[in-house]
Design a protein around this ligand. Structure first.
Ligand SMILES: Nc1ncnc2c1ncn2[C@@H]1O[C@H](COP(=O)(O)OP(=O)(O)OP(=O)(O)O)[C@@H](O)[C@H]1O
Length: 457
């Protein structure tokens, strides 16, 4: 029993011992067991966190790289536009190195937006409105006021030898201003109070419009009863003279005609789109297109110009004051005037450039008197277009250009005003033709070869 008891005790003790040592052992075992895995866990955890960090960093770097790539790609693309412009300007300059050209032409045949290529290729309307002119710069940005005496000196007392033209509104003299600038001085007829108002309006309008494609008003004179307008001088006179006069002068080559067409389109686009308010020329024709020493065209004759501010329901109702052969039918019949009336007149000028014919010629066979009526049905047939070409061009043109010009003219002279294009649409359609003709024009026939360096302003 005792044994049992002892044994029991022992057992109990043992049990107790066991029970005492078990937790220890268990604890020990547990400790040992828990210590190693936790170390591993710690190591694994720290390795995995380092790995995670590395992965995160890699992702971050990759994302940065990606965004940098797309950013630099954009920059690259942007630069390529600039550089392609620069390179094309460079090509334009280097592909025609043999002639001295005015800055605008030197800047290329590709400098189609502005007159002075030393500056940017593209000009904003605001730039055009504030474009510096030689005279404006000298005159502090304003149109100059001249005394009658000064103009007497400039024109050698309005000598007959200095008369360069005669218009409906007055005589035009060539004169040399006190700073040496050659100018066209227009002496207006005396017309009483209405003439005075028209004069003020004209000065006001002209002094607000500045574009390389418009003949610049340099100043005016309102001394006592004398009323004169002083314009920049255009040494090659009117397009009318070069296209239609029977004088023995070299006919305008195709490239020059295209360039004139584009210059005029830009002039009208400027008036329509950038005039504030929009300006309708109202009497656009070959005699209102003047040519500088490089045969670059500028539009003049704003004596009849009307601003869009006088519109009623989008149209101006007015006494019809245009020139037969150029008048849009809706304007001729109802006196309703919009910018589309100018587009029609522009189409007539395009046809003159294409055919060398005057808008109205009663000496021609019946059915051919009025250029537009004769040409319009022919403008859609290739063979007919080729038959219409000005014979004085002697085949020196591209048939593709010809057909393109015919298509533009056909759209411009449509009887329905709303179907005619805007001048802003005509300009971009002419640019590629002029570009091509410039490259072709660097061959023997182009006038641009003989240009002398001169500023446009
Ligand atoms: N800025 C200029 N530079 C050189 N010549 C000019 C200039 N302005 C006018 N002329 C010449 O004077 C002529 C008369 O011009 P003007 O503007 O008075 O009348 P027009 O254009 O013939 O017609 P309209 O009297 O209907 O306006 C022109 O045909 C042109 O030969």
């Amino acid at each position: 029993m005792e044994v049992n008891t002892t044994a029991e005790k022992h057992h109990t003790h043992h049990k107790c011992h066991l029970s005492h040592s078990q937790p220890y052992n268990h604890h020990h075992h547990h400790h040992n067991h828990g210590n190693f895995p936790s170390k591993y866990t710690l190591i694994i955890l720290s390795i995995s966190s380092v790995m995670l960090l590395v992965i995160f960093l890699i992702i971050l770097i990759l994302r940065r790289l990606k965004s940098f790539k797309s950013y630099s790609g954009k920059t690259y693309r942007e630069n390529s536009i600039i550089s392609s412009n620069t390179s094309s300007r460079f090509i334009a300059q280097t592909s025609m190195p043999t002639f001295n050209s005015s800055p605008d032409v030197k800047g290329g045949c590709l400098n189609l937006q502005g007159g002075d290529s030393g500056r940017s290729l593209l000009k904003t309307p605001a730039e055009i409105l504030t474009a510096p002119s030689r005279y404006r710069r000298g005159g502090g940005g304003a149109v100059q006021v001249f005394s009658y005496k000064e103009l007497e000196v400039a024109t050698e007392k309005f000598s007959e030898v200095n008369v360069i033209g005669q218009g409906v509104f007055g005589v035009v003299y060539r004169g040399i201003l006190r700073d040496g600038t050659v100018a066209a001085i227009k002496m207006l007829h005396r017309e009483g109070r209405q003439g005075e108002r028209a004069f003020r309006l004209e000065v006001d309008l002209l002094s607000r419009l500045h574009s390389p494609y418009l003949v610049e008003l340099l100043g005016y004179c309102a001394d006592q009863h004398h009323r004169l307008l002083i314009f920049e001088y255009m040494p090659n006179g009117t397009l009318q003279h070069h296209l239609h006069s029977t004088n023995d002068h070299k006919p305008l080559d195709w490239g020059t005609r295209l360039r004139i067409a584009l210059d005029c389109a830009k002039a009208l686009e400027f008036l329509h789109e950038h005039g504030i308010p929009p300006v309708i020329h109202r009497d656009f024709k070959c005699t209102s297109i003047l040519l500088d020493q490089n045969f670059r065209a500028k539009v003049s004759d704003f004596g009849l110009a009307k601003t869009g501010s006088e519109k009623i329901n989008g149209q101006i109702s007015t006494r019809v004051l245009g020139t037969t052969g150029y008048l849009a039918p809706e304007y001729a019949s109802t006196g309703q005037l919009t910018t589309k009336s100018d587009v029609y007149s522009y189409g007539a000028v395009l046809l003159e450039l294409l055919t060398g014919r005057v808008p109205v010629d009663t000496k021609r066979p019946p059915g051919e008197h009025v250029l537009i009526s004769w040409a319009l049905p022919r403008l859609t047939t290739r063979e007919k277009i080729l038959e219409m070409v000005d014979p004085s061009l002697r085949g020196q043109y591209s048939n593709r250009d010809l057909i393109q010009i015919a298509a533009i003219a056909a759209m411009c002279v449509q009887p329905e005003a709303e179907y005619r294009p805007l001048m802003a649409d005509v300009v971009p359609s002419l640019i590629p033709l002029v570009k091509n003709s410039c490259y072709v024009g660097s061959s023997s026939t182009s006038r641009f070869q003989n240009q002398i360096a001169s500023p446009r302003y």
